[in-house]
Ligand binder design. Structure first.
Ligand SMILES: [Zn+2]
Length: 265
């Protein structure tokens, strides 16, 4: 089976540029380059976990045209498996592909579903130039408060407020991989909610997990060191030790963060 091979494929179809990479024993990372090319400067990750009974897909990127690539991969390599979708948070760049899976179970935190219902159509209007295919806003159809565990599969989804109040994470307990969505970012986290104490708490809880790899919503596969760096940033915001973040590397996101939490330089 293809999944057992060491997998590293880069291909370009029209404007879709995608890298597919095997992670651990049962994970597959789909790294999309489309937003990087459009000036946002980030690659975006969709993460697949192949378990005993299901294929879990974390986040759905920019629409059906992007997610067709993931679906094709599943059709070829994991046929007849039931697909379960997970949304890590409500941002447009992580949920627009839900519509290609509207017959499937789509899981999120309760607040994430509420946020999609509240802001989804508006975001589709504002960022429509980035959509890939005909996007229809499809909110998750299965929600949880604290966590939901697939005991037989070794997969858990849990509330992890941070980047947004309804952010949630996925842990593969077998491969020891955490999919953290946009809660973990290089080089510094991006605040979209204003409670940075919740954010810090979530990142500190991540450090207590038995994990070897961390997959952020954007950028490279990492580990606990990136979580620690993100905690350091929040600690520095709290103590006011923030001068270094005016450096070009951090400046734009840092200034937006200060604005979000009502602090000035
Ligand atoms: Zn994002």
């Amino acid at each position: 089976m293809l999944l057992k091979l060491k997998l590293y494929i880069i291909f370009k179809i029209g404007e879709i540029k995608l890298e597919i990479k095997k992670v651990g024993n049962r994970g597959v990372l789909f790294k999309f380059f489309y937003l990087q090319d459009t000036g946002f400067g980030v690659t975006t990750n969709v993460y697949l976990i192949n378990t005993k009974n299901y294929v879990f897909v974390c986040d759905t990127f920019l629409g059906p045209d992007s997610m067709k690539e993931v679906k094709n991969y599943i059709d070829i390599n994991l046929p007849n498996k039931i697909i379960i979708i997970f949304n890590s948070h409500y941002d447009w760049d992580h949920i627009w592909g839900n519509c290609i899976f509207k017959e499937n179970i789509i899981i999120s935190h309760k607040l994430c579903r509420n946020n999609i219902i509240r802001a989804g159509e508006k975001e589709l209007e504002v960022y429509s130039e980035y959509k890939r295919g005909d996007v229809e806003i499809i909110p998750p159809n299965l929600t949880f408060d604290n966590k939901i565990s697939f005991e037989e599969e070794g997969v858990e989804f849990f509330h992890s407020p941070g980047h947004t109040n309804g952010s949630a994470s996925c842990i593969d307990l077998v491969d020891k991989v955490l999919f953290a969505g946009d809660n973990v970012e290089y080089p510094i986290p991006y605040f979209q909610a204003d409670n940075i104490y919740d954010y810090k708490d979530t990142l500190e809880k991540y450090l207590n997990l038995d994990i070897k790899k961390v997959i952020p919503g954007h950028g490279e596969i990492s580990n606990k060191s990136l979580i620690k760096e993100n905690i350091t940033y929040i600690n520095n915001i709290i103590t006011g030790d923030i001068e270094e973040y005016l450096d070009f590397k951090y400046r734009k996101v840092h200034l937006e963060n200060l604005n979000r939490i009502g602090k000035s330089i």
